[in-house]
Design a protein around this ligand. Structure first.
Ligand code: GDD
Ligand code: MG
Length: 332
């Protein structure tokens, strides 16, 4: 089975990290987010993935030079301009010649969903499209559905005003589509699958949902990107786990590292403390610095204190300074 994976967003909420690395290439447990996602699709029977890119294909092509990720064959569809979610699905499906039932996935979703079970549910419903659904406490930041007993979706509201959500069941960002869904999307146009295509499917009664209680995170927000990493240190995930410290990192013997991921080629100097944080490849933490609940690609100076912050590849936290809730450098 083939899948279209949407990886063309700008990753705005993860700036400044995404100023040097596109969101799906950011590491989760030392591997690019997209590689973990493709592994999951492969476990569910996907053999070919089309990456729907809005811009900057180079980092993906460099990371997978032979056009494969594990056993899965990768192809690329680069939109001439970002076409939004439905426009991107149509563009990528046309480029790959998709003409059979296929899977669609948002590129920033980390989940233990069994994709084969979603495909089986889709066939059982006789649906035109079937969405994976997850129950959350605050659904207003997502697409929210009203689900009938028979699995049919009777309303889909993208990012509703808090307090007006039809339920707490959200669109979890993995779909199974019949090719007829593609005919509903004008080729080459900028179209949102959530605000446009799903509305038409609801109107025709052909949109279904399967709710599960699998592990699920949209890693596109700083807090959740951090959680998606740290969850690999515990037994939160059904299939995935990772080592806290990359073998290529250098951590001083008297540094303290607690509930954190220390990425490839990172240096943590003497007396530094790193807690509940993710240090991305090549980050440098100075002597006696303290880093808490933060994401770091750049440099944290000696004796600095960084809390609840993000430091991009070009970011430098000056020696001895204190930063709380900051993005460094401040995204322009
Ligand atoms: N190729 C391409 N072109 N991809 C795009 C474009 C585009 O123009 N715009 C967005 N994407 C990709 C993003 O890279 C991401 O992988 C996916 O589409 C979804 O975009 P996000 O920006 O991450 O959307 P969201 O997280 O606010 O909401 C979406 O995901 C939620 C679940 O995580 C929606 O689908 C919600 O309904 C859903 O609940
Ligand atoms: Mg997202």
């Amino acid at each position: 089975m083939r899948a279209v994976v949407l990886v063309g967003g700008f990753g705005t909420r993860l700036r400044p990290l995404t100023q040097s690395v596109p969101k799906p290439m950011l590491p989760i447990g030392h591997r690019p987010m997209i590689a973990r996602l493709v592994d999951r699709l492969a476990r569910g029977g996907v053999t070919e993935v089309v990456l729907a890119l809005g811009f900057r294909p180079e980092p993906f092509i460099e990371a997978f030079p032979d056009g494969r990720c594990g056993e899965v064959e990768l192809t690329y569809a680069v939109e001439p301009e970002p076409l939004d979610t439905a426009g991107a699905i149509r563009f990528a499906a046309d480029a790959a010649g998709i003409d059979d039932t296929f899977v669609v996935a948002n590129g920033d979703v980390m989940t233990d969903l069994d994709v084969a079970a979603l495909v089986a549910a889709h066939r059982g419903f006789g649906a035109e499209a079937t969405l994976h659904l997850i129950g959350v406490d605050d659904p207003s930041a997502f697409g929210v559905v009203d689900l009938s007993e028979d699995g049919r979706i009777s309303a889909f509201v993208e990012k509703p005003t808090p307090g007006t959500e039809p339920s707490n069941l959200i669109n979890a960002g993995t779909y199974v589509f019949e090719p007829s869904v593609l005919d509903r999307i004008v080729p080459g146009a900028k179209v949102s699958v959530e605000r446009d295509t799903f509305q038409h499917l609801v109107g025709d009664g052909t949109l279904y949902g399967m709710a599960t209680d699998d592990y699920w995170i949209d890693a596109g927000r700083p807090e959740l990107y951090r959680a998606a990493n740290l969850d690999l240190l515990s037994d939160a995930r059904r299939f995935d786990r990772c080592e806290a410290v990359s073998p290529s990192a250098t951590v001083a013997p008297d540094a303290t590292v607690r509930n954190s991921i220390i990425g490839d080629h990172v240096v943590v100097a003497a007396g530094a403390t790193v807690v509940d944080s993710v240090l991305l490849p090549h980050a440098r933490i100075g002597g006696r610095a303290v880093v808490e609940r933060s994401l770091v690609m750049g440099v944290v100076g000696a004796d600095a204190r960084l809390t609840d912050s993000m430091v991009g590849a070009d970011g430098i936290v000056d020696d001895g300074s204190v930063a709380v809730g900051m993005a460094i450098p401040e995204p322009s």
